[in-house]
Design a protein around this ligand. Structure first.
Ligand SMILES: [Cu+2]
Length: 337
């Protein structure tokens, strides 16, 4: 090592001040995105909770290691020439370059292996089949011993019970992701992937498609409602019922415009399952897979021109439909609760 440079401490101070500011700025920017309905950090399921714990653990370890290495560099640069020898350097490499990482990575592997096991499921557990479609979600509840119930674009789960999702796709690859509940699982045409979860906290969260699947991939989200088990049972029993006996102009227009050629409204129109089931569409929190809030205005807008809010949506537009017809249909659909 050459003679100590008298300017070095000033340079180091400037560098460390710069690094601190950078770290602070990055932390503020990053942590700002860490809360909310669609965040791994707002965990409401045991899988996401253990992922979060692992993330914090790894972040803490990385911070300690970074500070240690910076300290070592600082120490080496400040030590007068001749005081550091080759053997000391080799010892540092042996401990910090070989033994340390081996111990650390082994500990990390051992502690994360149990978390990678899927939860055990029993015959009594609720199964929910979810199909990723361009660009919406077909959701079928298959309660043990009960009748199956089809809905769309919203998923409800009971808190504290094990739920097994069966994930598939009829068209392209989608990815099912509820960040607060569990990791992503791909939905692949021709096969069924399982995802077993257990929610720990009631609340309203959000999931999204996490694999580019076409023009409106970014408009393919869904609301996730974790409910107390008794509330969930009541809700599922309600959802299983056919639509109420409404007799409004909108109901006839729904037939006349051919909407029933693609949509099922159980009890009113049972023709087709090409598009989302609309039996209780009015009770959903959002419209068009998380694209718009569920209001009558949004319904009218969506019906006349789906592509204006969802480019590439596989529902034809009804641009020539008079506004009053669209409103009548919207009123009818909003009443389907
Ligand atoms: Cu998708």
């Amino acid at each position: 090592m050459t003679d100590r440079n008298p300017d070095q401490p000033a340079v180091f101070k400037a560098i460390s001040r710069g690094l601190l500011r950078l770290a602070y700025g990055a932390a503020v920017a990053l942590l700002g995105g860490c809360t909310g309905v669609q965040s791994t950090f707002s965990a409401f399921g045991i899988e996401a909770e253990s992922t979060r714990a692992l993330t914090w653990g790894m972040t803490a370890a990385a911070t300690v290691i970074t500070i240690g290495v910076l300290w070592l560099a600082w120490h080496a640069a400040r030590t007068p020439a001749g005081r550091l020898d080759h053997q000391g350097g080799m010892r540092v490499i042996l401990w910090l370059g070989a033994i340390g990482p081996t111990v650390l990575l082994t500990a990390l592997l051992v502690s994360s292996l149990p978390k990678m096991r899927t939860l055990p499921t029993g015959a009594d557990d609720l199964r929910i089949a979810v199909g990723g479609e361009q660009f919406w979600w077909r959701v079928r509840y298959l309660p043990a011993g009960g009748q199956s119930v089809e809905t769309a674009n919203e998923i409800r789960v009971p808190v504290g019970r094990t739920v097994a999702f069966a994930l598939s796709s009829p068209d392209v690859i989608h990815s099912f992701w509820i960040p607060g509940l569990a990791g992503k699982v791909d939905m692949i045409p021709g096969r069924t992937n399982d995802l077993v979860v257990r929610a720990t906290q009631a609340g309203v969260y959000r999931g999204a498609c996490a694999e580019f699947c076409g023009l409106s991939h970014a408009r393919m989200a869904f609301d996730v409602v974790a409910m107390e088990p008794a509330d969930f049972d009541r809700w599922l029993a309600d959802a299983a019922r056919p639509a109420a006996g409404i007799d409004s102009p909108g109901r006839h227009l729904f037939e006349e415009y051919g909407c029933s050629g693609c949509h099922t409204i159980r009890g009113h129109a049972e023709d087709s399952t090409i598009g989302p089931d609309l039996t209780h569409v009015g009770s959903r929190r959002s419209l068009g897979a998380g694209t718009l809030p569920m209001t009558r205005d949004a319904l009218s807008r969506f019906i006349r021109n789906p592509a204006s809010v969802k480019p590439g949506a596989l529902m034809p537009s009804f641009k020539d439909m008079p506004g009053k017809d669209a409103d009548a249909i919207s009123n009818y659909l909003a009443e389907l609760r």
